[in-house]
Design a protein around this ligand. Structure first.
Ligand SMILES: [Ca+2]
Length: 264
């Protein structure tokens, strides 16, 4: 994180109670976990040890959140943070094994979710510990791309001869790309969300350029909603988003919507 991002994060409220574990078990329900040395220790146990945040965390549907922690795990794939959404779906962030490090990850709350159970997990084959656990909402900018879901056909997008159906940008065999260039919304982390419909062999790619230099690219090999983040530096003035077709063929594929926001 840069200084501006750290300053913004410091202002946001930490939704985790006693994430430093300086007040014993306050805020947490341990199952095999201990809270010695002002941190949450998770010794090895079969099947697992864990500590649950005592109360579910209320969240804003659709919002982007940041989780950070100081973490350590001796054994790969086992130490992790698990989020169980009120809808029943879940997400997990697995620790890098063998070193103490600062875990930092973002995730988006699904639209049908208003609370989250937050759990710290150990493993059956090795120990893990956590400290300084935070979860904060990230402020996002307004949508930066104009006509981002193609309701106004090709308006604001630069291309040779794509087709549009009022709902999507459609690639049959040409053009090779369409693009849109917007003013930077300032330095920080940007989030790109893409809703794409494509056949397995009709590969698509989005490339993002900052003042002409590539800062992010992502391939799409199948239909779905994809989300990714990338940093933009302070001296950048223009951000260009380029939608591409990377395989030949006659089966059409569609970018249904492409969203760009500054998220932190
Ligand atoms: Ca601590």
């Amino acid at each position: 994180m840069n200084d501006q991002q750290l300053a913004r994060k410091a202002k946001a409220t930490n939704l985790i109670l006693n994430g430093t574990f300086d007040n014993g078990t306050t805020g947490w329900s341990p199952d095999g976990a201990t809270f010695e040395n002002q941190r949450c220790n998770l010794p090895a146990r079969t099947p697992n040890t864990f500590a649950s945040h005592a109360t579910p965390i209320r969240v804003e549907p659709g919002a982007l959140y940041l989780v950070t922690a100081t973490a350590f795990s001796t054994y790969a794939r086992e130490g992790r943070i698990q989020l169980i959404f009120s809808s029943g779906s879940q997400e997990a962030f697995v620790l890098i094994a063998g070193q103490q490090y600062e875990l930092q990850t973002t995730f988006r709350i699904p639209e049908n979710v208003n609370s989250v159970e937050f759990r710290l997990w150990g493993g059956s084959s090795g120990m893990a510990w956590f400290d300084n656990v935070t979860m904060t909402v990230m402020e996002e900018s307004e949508e930066l791309l104009k006509n981002h879901s193609f309701t106004d056909l090709g308006e604001h997008w630069l291309a040779s001869n794509p087709s549009y159906d009022g709902d999507a940008c459609i690639f049959s065999s040409a053009p090779l790309f369409v693009s849109q260039s917007v003013d930077s919304a300032g330095p920080g982390t940007y989030t790109l969300k893409v809703d794409v419909t494509t056949q397995p062999l009709q590969n698509g790619r989005i490339v993002v350029l900052a003042d002409g230099a590539e800062v992010h690219s992502r391939d799409y090999n199948g239909p779905g909603e994809y989300e990714s983040t990338f940093p933009v530096a302070a001296d950048v003035t223009k951000i260009e988003v380029r939608l591409m077709r990377t395989a030949t063929g006659t089966t059409e594929f569609k970018f249904n919507s492409v969203s760009l926001k500054r998220s932190g």
